[in-house]
Design a protein around this ligand. Structure first.
Ligand code: NAD
Ligand code: UDP
Length: 310
């Protein structure tokens, strides 16, 4: 198949491209390199079945493809809040453009949605039926509401035009290739511990997250794309930790003497987050296989390599 991956030079997208190329597909990677990096896809640049197009998805594009994994959108709060209007445009205009493309060439399209559509959830763990608790006017809204309307657009194209859609709600994912300055919690703590500077815990660290290793996520995305269920489907690891527990784990692994520095909790930071993955288990036969300890080891090795080269 010829498969388009938007945001393919990013963290998740580049791991997905590795799997698709290894499976013998033709892959087109579309990226504007806002948070993506050519280094992530370097190994495929000379491959005749791989094509890289520098393009901003807020502009339409004409391509002939069979499937579209639509991942383009900054995912780290510091990056999506840097230019919030652009973030909304990427989710809204970008998704309209990709759905238009899918409709024209009759391609199946998978949207990388997010657990952020549940906002600061008052249902725990979160099932797909939960409709969320999102602030429409806060600093996270550009991302959360952008993804909510992207989901709406997918389902309207599905109902109106019979488009084949798939919607994945991705929970916090981490792993190799996260940028040193990505800003998300796992890479921040690992980089800080490796550099011997204090680990920055926002608030008192009692807020929780559930961390999924990237290879598990990619497996879930591919099963969803190639299965019969439209979704939405939660993809994440149900093992839940407080942020302080995560800091302590990373501290123990890298540098037990590293300090912890408490910083103010950003506005609207969700108090808790844990996926209910019953649907993914039943529909896709999917569940995570990599425990946090193993995933952290891989992430630490990767970031440590890159830091020692820079
Ligand atoms: P990332 O920032 O590493 O990757 C996003 C990619 O999209 C980058 O390569 C970036 O350059 C590209 N991009 C951004 N705006 C673009 C635009 N206007 N036009 C073209 N390309 C653009 O983030 P990631 O963690 O790999 O996330 C990938 C997708 O998965 C995103 O849609 C994100 O919302 C979703 N997601 C990720 C997580 C996670 O924990 N990693 C959680 C929930 C949802
Ligand atoms: N966080 C933290 N220190 C950091 C980065 C993040 O304590 O250096 C916290 C953040 O406030 C949030 C959690 O870790 O409660 C996860 O943040 P991240 O940006 O990784 O993703 P989010 O789930 O908030 O989108």
């Amino acid at each position: 198949m010829r498969i388009l991956v938007t945001g393919g030079a990013g963290f998740v997208g580049s791991h997905l491209i590795d799997r698709l190329m290894e499976a013998g597909h033709e892959v087109i990677c579309l990226d504007n390199f806002y948070t993506g990096n050519k280094r992530n896809i370097l190994q495929w640049l000379d491959n005749p079945y791989f094509e890289l197009i520098r393009h901003d998805i807020t502009e339409p594009i004409r391509l002939e493809v069979d499937q579209i994994y639509h991942l383009a959108c900054p995912a780290s709060p510091i990056h999506y809040q840097y230019n919030p209007i652009k973030t909304t445009k990427t989710s809204v205009l970008g998704t309209i453009n990709m759905l238009g493309l899918a409709k024209r060439v009759k391609a199946r399209i998978l949207l990388a949605s997010t657990s952020e559509i549940y906002g600061d959830p008052d249902v725990h763990p979160q099932t797909e039926e939960y409709r969320g608790n999102v602030n429409t006017i806060g600093i996270r809204s550009c991302y959360d509401e952008g993804k909510r309307i992207a989901e709406t657009l997918c389902f309207d194209y599905h109902r109106e035009h019979g488009l084949e859609i798939r919607v994945a709600r991705i929970f916090n994912t981490y792993g190799s290739r996260m940028l040193e300055n990505d800003g998300r919690v796992v890479s921040n703590f690992v980089v800080q511990a490796l550099k011997g500077i204090p680990l920055t815990v926002y608030g008192d660290g009692s807020q929780t997250r559930s961390f999924c290793y990237v290879s598990d996520l990619v497996e879930g995305l591919m099963r969803l794309m190639n299965g019969d269920h439209v979704g939405p489907v939660n993809l994440g690891n149900p093992d839940e930790y407080t942020i302080l527990e995560l800091a302590q784990k990373i501290q123990q692994k890298i540098n037990p003497n590293a300090q912890i520095q408490y910083k103010p909790l950003p506005a609207d930071d969700p108090r808790q987050r844990q996926p209910d993955i019953t649907r993914a288990r039943e529909w896709l036969g999917w569940e995570p296989t990599i425990p946090l300890n193993d995933g952290l080891e891989k992430t630490i090795a990767d970031l440590s390599d890159r830091l020692s080269q820079s």
